[in-house]
Design a protein around this ligand. Structure first.
Ligand code: SF4
Length: 320
């Protein structure tokens, strides 16, 4: 549908019931709690937050890999829940963090890249071969590299294979979930540049998930900051980095961000009280870690206050 956002998420919620022992009662974990946003076609929404904040659960719902407990996802103006698997795959594709585990080690690269085309069930073998070749060349891989197995490629080349596989159906949207986190520092910039180049050439829309604000700043036109399942601040990238309003966003920005693979979560400078999604604090969920918390914060949840092109959820923004 023309004019509709590429991705629109309305009131999305996902609850898991987790049992921690054979006889223990199940605990409710609200991984994503009433999240709404729209991503215009051709732009990049960066979603940032610590591990366990719900960003990967959000990505899996947007990809149709996990049904929401409430709310809905619209892709190109159409309800994701009303599309079959093949139609969904033609519109939206993933690139995951770990190319080492997301590629079948027993298949050759060209067969891995061909899989989404084969799964469509209606494309000729000649057309599949032509499109695989085209997709490999777009990501900078040769025909000869297409004949190899994943174990015969470097980490960066494997992530190029994952990107070629994501693009072979010519989707409009790519969900990148920590696409550079498992790579060596020297390779990360190459993959980010490749993703940026492909977006410009093909007019793609990205949902770009990362724990690393430095990476998000490099690629995103808009940024959403997630904390314990909710978006607590969102804005155009430039405005958010120039003038962060939420104390959590400020802590993330002030933190020592590391591009080192494997280190994962940045030191956010808020002590080691890791948030527990099964035990979300009342009032403002950030209050136990917030350096600016005051008496209202533990008892009353902040409203969503408009801020520039986005919003912020903090009592201090309500009165500013
Ligand atoms: Fe901190 Fe209170 Fe704002 Fe929450 S509402 S972020 S606790 S100042």
């Amino acid at each position: 549908m023309s004019g509709a956002p590429a991705i629109e998420v309305r009131g999305l919620r996902r609850v898991f019931h987790v049992r921690q022992g054979l006889f223990a009662p199940p605990r409710q974990v609200v991984a994503v709690d009433d999240v709404s946003f729209a991503v215009p076609a051709g732009s990049v929404l960066g979603v940032v937050g610590e591990s366990g904040c719900g960003k990967s659960t959000l990505a899996r719902m947007i990809l149709g890999l996990l049904p929401p407990s409430a709310g809905e996802v619209l892709v190109d103006g159409r309800r994701l829940s009303e599309m079959d698997r093949r139609a969904r795959a033609r519109l939206i594709q993933p690139v995951f963090q770990d190319p080492f585990s997301s590629l079948n080690p027993r298949r050759r690269v060209r067969d891995i890249v061909a899989m989404p085309l084969v799964a469509q069930g209606s494309i000729s073998r000649a057309e599949i071969a032509r499109r695989v070749e085209e997709s490999l060349s777009r990501v900078g891989l040769s025909t000869e590299q297409g004949t190899r197995f994943p174990s015969q490629l470097s980490g960066g080349q494997r992530q190029r294979v994952a990107i070629a596989r994501a693009l072979v159906l010519r989707p409009r949207i790519v969900v990148c979930d920590e696409p550079t986190s498992a790579l060596d520092v020297s390779v990360q910039a190459q993959i980010l540049n490749l993703l940026a180049e492909l977006r410009r050439e093909l007019g793609l829309t990205y949902l770009f998930i990362s724990h690393n604000l430095a990476v998000v700043e490099h690629v995103a036109s808009e940024v959403a900051v997630m904390y314990l399942g909710r978006i607590v601040e969102t804005n155009e990238s430039e405005a958010l980095f120039a003038e962060p309003r939420h104390p959590y966003t400020r802590a993330l920005l002030a933190s020592v961000l590391t591009p080192e693979p494997g280190l994962g979560v940045p030191d956010v400078g808020l002590g080691d009280t890791m948030p527990d999604p099964a035990n979300i604090p009342g009032g403002c969920r950030f209050h136990p870690r917030c350096p600016l918390a005051f008496e209202r914060c533990p008892v009353e949840a902040p409203r969503t206050t408009p801020n520039g092109a986005g919003f912020v959820e903090c009592h201090l923004a309500e009165t500013a």
